[in-house]
Design a protein around this ligand. Structure first.
Ligand SMILES: Cc1ncc(C[n+]2csc(CCOP(=O)(O)OP(=O)(O)O)c2C)c(N)n1
Ligand SMILES: [Mg+2]
Length: 544
């Protein structure tokens, strides 16, 4: 959110119009300081010199298992100084003057974020539980509550007491200040609208998560080509078009932009750095978790943002992807090298269980397009989402671009699955289902089956999630319930495919972590070849 403020200020603020001038505060506990994502985020924030960011660390030395001395004894001030933060210490969390002073220093500090270590006591005032882990997770208990109220000088028997004058105090303080700040900002924006109406319109659209007119102008169309285009290359073309049509669309990669092909290359795209906050290319460094969390923060701030890495490393970003779904944020996660196409990198780099595990996240759209035009349609779909995050799983290697004159239009992507090629008269006896790089494979198998007089249908299924949200009628039109001979092909864990192939169908997928070899060898070893699909189909039909 602090990065968002820098970018928004750079694009929209004008002399006399500080439309975006907010600061971002985070209140953190010992647990937050221990988690890896905090280190990633703090390191990035330090690098970017985010002086609009203030973390207040509730340094109470207690977590669930007891004192932090059992597991957390580092010099945290030195750590944050090392990240390039301004580090302040408030020795008593109850000293309001000191806190105010520290916040004042934060406001004056330029060029680096501020970290305030606030020494505090968990369960403050509780005579038997203060400074103990019991104060973290258990209720104090009736007697201890009474004693704590006594320590505060509070009426001991009163419950949910709001003394007279408290409401008035808030109304006259925070309430009045907040109302005045809001009025001033609204007035400022009113004038801004008259002087910078185009920018004001952009802000309106962005705030409502609308897209500007002609946001998909110049989307590429890929012509049939047996050599084809890699998913990542098609994605690169679309990203560069979207980022020019939608001013508030930006993103970056976790040090893999040259491989993910996510660099925005047009004139003026620029890099986001401390001294160039208007840049659209973010460099997250090798910090996948913080990258995904940052993308969420940008999207929370209404920027349309993407983050990218190899599909295998989606595991590092997973907690933030899950939060994007939980928070209903239209964040975009671009993962290339989506299967064994990375060949020689071998099992450490070949995703197997990632697809099904992401499909299992409620509210997350997982899309694995089958050719360049499906990539285009995937982006067209994704850009129109307002409340759902997306994962795009894209190929590293070229995939043949299907002849859309011969086969169905790629716009079927918007329905999650669609009939790409059909049996004569639309009456199939076998259905071949695939996603991503396996789509062209089953198309080849389909052609062979048709040549042998076997009535086969191909269903391209880039997204289970989208397909599950179609009407039953549509689903049944794609996968007619009476056609029970079905083969699904996907270079990933077979888990879950029985949902679509049923008990009588077969799944050609992965049961190991892969192997290190050129792609062709791997395809042969693991059975991702048209002849194998044909053989399985015939076996199921009893025609072998
Ligand atoms: C990622 C994660 N791991 C573990 C937990 C379980 N958990 C909840 S609170 C807590 C202790 C947090 O301690 P601290 O941040 O110091 O909070 P305090 O008890 O001081 O309020 C833990 C381990 C969690 N909520 N999230
Ligand atoms: Mg604590």
């Amino acid at each position: 959110m602090a990065i968002a403020q820098k970018w928004l200020a750079s694009r929209y603020n004008r002399p006399g119009f500080a439309i975006f001038d907010y600061n971002t505060y985070a209140v953190c506990g010992d647990g937050c300081m221990m988690e890896g994502v905090a280190s990633e985020a703090a390191s990035l924030a330090g690098h970017l010199g985010l002086d609009n960011l203030c973390w207040i660390y509730d340094n109470n030395h207690i977590t669930i298992e007891g004192s932090t001395s059992i597991a957390f004894t580092e010099d945290i001030a030195a750590r944050f100084l090392g990240y390039g933060w301004n580090v302040l210490r408030v020795g008593d969390a109850n000293d309001i003057d000191l806190i105010e002073h520290a916040l004042g220093v934060f406001h004056k500090t330029k060029g680096r974020p501020t970290f305030i270590i606030l020494d505090s006591h968990i369960g403050y005032g509780s005579p038997h539980k203060q400074d103990t882990a019991a104060a973290h997770g258990e209720p104090l208990g009736e007697e201890e509550v009474r004693l704590t109220k006594r320590a505060y000088g509070w009426p001991e028997d009163a419950k949910f007491l709001v003394p007279d004058g408290v409401r008035e105090h808030f109304t006259a303080g925070i309430g009045a200040r907040g109302a005045e700040a809001r009025r001033q900002w609204t007035d400022l924006f009113y004038t801004y609208r008259t002087k910078h109406s185009n920018l004001a319109t952009e802000i309106d659209q962005m705030q409502r998560r609308e897209l500007p007119a002609e946001w998909d102008r110049n989307f590429p169309v890929f012509l049939a080509d047996p050599k084809g285009v890699a998913g990542r290359d098609a994605s690169s073309e679309v990203l560069n078009v979207i980022a020019q049509n939608v001013p508030w669309f930006l993103g970056g990669s976790a040090d893999l932009a040259p491989s993910n092909k996510t660099t925005l290359k047009f004139d003026g795209a620029g890099d986001f750095q401390a001294d160039s906050p208007g840049g659209k290319n973010l460099h997250f460094g090798i910090r996948e978790h913080a990258m995904a969390a940052t993308v969420n923060g940008l999207v929370l701030s209404k920027i349309r943002a993407f983050g990218a890495t190899f599909f295998i490393f989606s595991d590092y970003a997973r907690p933030a992807i899950r939060l994007a779904a939980l928070m209903e944020l239209p964040a975009i996660f671009i993962f290339t090298h989506d299967a064994m196409g990375d060949g020689e990198d071998g099992p450490t780099h070949q995703p197997v269980e990632q697809l099904i595990s992401l499909r299992a996240i409620p509210g997350l759209i997982t899309l694995r397009p089958g050719d360049a035009n499906e990539v285009v349609e995937a982006y067209r779909y994704v850009m129109q989402l307002r409340h759902q995050p997306t994962v795009l799983a894209l190929s590293r290697q070229p995939l043949p671009t299907l002849d859309r004159g011969k086969y169905a239009a790629a716009s079927g992507v918007a329905r999650g699955a669609y009939v790409l090629a059909d049996a004569p008269g639309g009456k199939p006896e076998v259905i071949l289902i695939a996603s991503g790089s396996e789509v062209c494979l089953v198309v080849q198998a389909h052609e062979k089956l048709i040549a042998e007089g076997i009535r086969s249908r191909v269903v391209s299924m880039p997204s289970w999630d989208i397909f599950e949200h179609q009407t039953r009628e549509y689903q049944d039109s794609v996968l007619p319930p009476d056609v029970k001979v079905r083969v699904a092909v996907e270079q990933a864990s077979t888990l879950g495919w029985e949902r679509y192939v049923g008990r009588e169908g077969r799944v050609i997928g992965m049961h190991t972590f892969g192997a290190s070899a050129p792609l062709k060898e791997l395809q042969k070893k693991f059975g991702f070849e048209p002849d194998r699909v044909v053989a399985v189909a015939k076996e199921l039909l009893g025609k072998h």
